[in-house]
Ligand binder design. Structure first.
Ligand code: AHR
Length: 529
């Protein structure tokens, strides 16, 4: 268990929030003990999932440039973005929305004759529908990810959703499968995850939980997957159905959907319940993504750490109806939501991404890892050019954000086993805001190594961490650390390498590993013999 007590308080907060300021105080070392003998839950690699909505330049420009573009591409999908995503082993991509999904009519986006529509949710942009189902599946194939398709429960029909599933998964003896084959894809696609609506309590139709659960039962039954490779209840490739669930602290959908699920019969079920929870201290989002000071820094971190209690609250309700934890809590929209970049098209949700946002990502991954027995999937909003993006593009230019690098550093967490750690978090204080100074999570990875994630939230002071190593088995400690001149440092097209990881090593002696963390940093350290 993590100790969050304040037994070790900082001596004084003497240093002002000065760009690049040097530590003005000496804090005692944080001691971390790793309980290797008590492994916890598996950390599902799907907590590193992505979300790509037809919103702004999230798809058009960010992923899809078209086969005739001078930007290097394979069948219209930009190659630089594909290479970057392959490198972080993206497990799945949720698509086509978001609010967009509940106004998406999939037939507009298949075959030789595409029908353009108006993207009413996002700036009234014209949606050309040139990136549709077959292009999405091609994109997944290129990056090596699984499909997470959200069907239209808001403005579509059940017949339309069922027909879409048949188009994607049925063989060519059915007309839908034959249509797909005529569009160049003879073999059925695998659809690993299906989202049954999006935010049905809001943009997806503003439904009461009771009304939604009645619809859910029908969608869960009739959006069938016909792919022969996905049949059978115990098939690890069987499709998982994800119901709309709560937003933030509102538990009405958690109660409504889980109570209905607990009374289910043979005719329907779900395997996941969605939670949407953004880091945004006040709605509407108004904090800038660049040039901010310590007030914003501390309040964003305070807001993001609420994810822990939020998950615990919904998980407790789920435990009441599902003590065996069969239904996953799927945090399929999370991330920092800030003011749109000045001068960017309204409704495109374009924001920069800073060192602060990298810390937000790491803290959330650590929270998901601690709840790995219930949180088995999460999707950051969003993958490219929208909200807390991993990648930004501008015409032919592309850059990797600090949040991208956190994803890269956490690759060893994918399908690793959680290992409990005990530590005193200490305190980072700004005004009335009191936060833990250090965060730590350990895992046993699939490569057999022990990995330790360490986050120093203090924007000014470095931190020394002493890790008591289990039964002296380890002799080497090395990894990567992400830090920056300031918490508001960003990568730009002109200076794309301001915030990039660099090597870090710990000293191992007498069964103790000592490592010095820079201020405002995320470190991932592998412990080896
Ligand atoms: O990610 C942007 C939007 O936020 C999504 O479309 C919606 O589901 C949520 O409100």
């Amino acid at each position: 268990m993590r100790k969050m007590g304040l037994a070790i308080a900082p001596l004084a907060l003497l240093a002002a929030f000065v760009p690049g300021a040097v530590a003005a105080r000496e804090d005692p070392a944080t001691t971390v003990e790793i309980e290797v003998g008590q492994p916890g839950a598996k950390i599902d690699r799907h907590i590193f999932g992505q979300f790509a909505e037809h919103l702004g330049t999230g798809i058009y420009g960010g992923v899809w440039v078209g086969p005739d573009s001078p930007i290097p591409n394979v069948r219209g999908i930009r190659s630089d973005v594909v290479a970057a995503l392959k490198a972080i082993r993206v497990p799945d991509v949720r698509w086509p929305g978001g609010c967009f999904a509940d106004e998406y009519h999939w037939r507009n986006g298949v075959g030789p004759h595409r029908r353009s529509t108006v993207n009413a949710n996002w700036g009234g942009a014209i949606e050309p529908d040139t990136f549709g189902t077959d292009e999405y599946m091609d994109f997944l194939h290129q990056i090596g990810a699984e499909a997470y398709v959200s069907v239209n429960v808001g403005s579509g029909t059940l017949e339309e959703a069922a027909d879409w599933m048949a188009y994607m998964t049925a063989d060519q003896r059915s007309s839908a499968g034959a249509d797909r084959a005529a569009n160049g894809h003879g073999e059925p696609y695998a659809v690993k995850y299906v989202g049954l609506g999006n935010e049905s309590w809001g943009c997806g139709g503003n439904m009461r939980p009771q009304y939604y659960t009645d619809l859910l039962k029908r969608y869960a039954r009739f959006t069938r997957n016909y792919n022969p490779a996905q049949q059978g209840d115990n098939n690890p490739n069987a499709m998982q159905r994800i119901a709309v669930g709560p937003t933030d602290d509102d538990t009405s959908y958690t109660e409504g959907v889980m109570e209905a699920w607990s009374k289910r019969d043979w005719s329907w079920s779900i395997e996941g319940l969605s939670l949407h929870s953004y880091t945004v201290p006040h709605w509407p989002p108004s904090l800038p993504s660049v040039g901010f000071g310590e007030d914003d820094y501390a309040s964003i971190l305070e807001a993001t750490l609420k994810m822990d209690q939020r998950i615990a609250r919904h998980a407790a309700i789920m435990d009441k109806y599902d003590p065996d934890r069969k239904v996953a809590l799927v945090v399929d929209e999370w991330g920092v939501w800030l003011a749109e970049n000045p001068g960017s098209p309204k409704g495109f949700l374009q924001q920069q991404n800073s060192m602060r946002d990298a810390i937000v990502a790491a803290l959330n991954f650590n929270i998901f890892a601690r709840h790995a027995d219930r949180v088995r999937m999460a999707n950051i909003a969003q993958m490219v050019n929208v909200l807390q993006s991993l990648i930004l593009t501008d015409g032919p230019k592309m850059l990797l954000t600090p949040t991208y690098y956190v994803h890269q550093m956490y690759v060893p967490f994918q399908d690793a086993t959680f290992v409990p750690v005990t530590f005193d978090a200490g305190e980072y204080r700004h005004g009335q805001i009191k936060l833990p100074r250090i965060d730590a999570v350990a895992v046993k990875a699939t490569d057999g190594k022990l990995y330790l994630s360490l986050v120093n939230l203090d924007p000014v002071a470095g931190a020394s961490v002493k890790v008591t190593l289990p039964d002296g088995r380890f002799g080497k400690a090395a990894g990567q650390v992400l830090t920056a001149p300031n918490v508001n440092s960003v990568n730009t097209f002109e200076r794309p390498n301001t915030v990039t990881p660099r090597p870090i090593a710990g000293k191992v002696a007498g069964g103790v590993m000592t490592i010095d963390l820079p201020a405002k940093s995320v470190a991932m350290v592998a412990l080896e013999r």
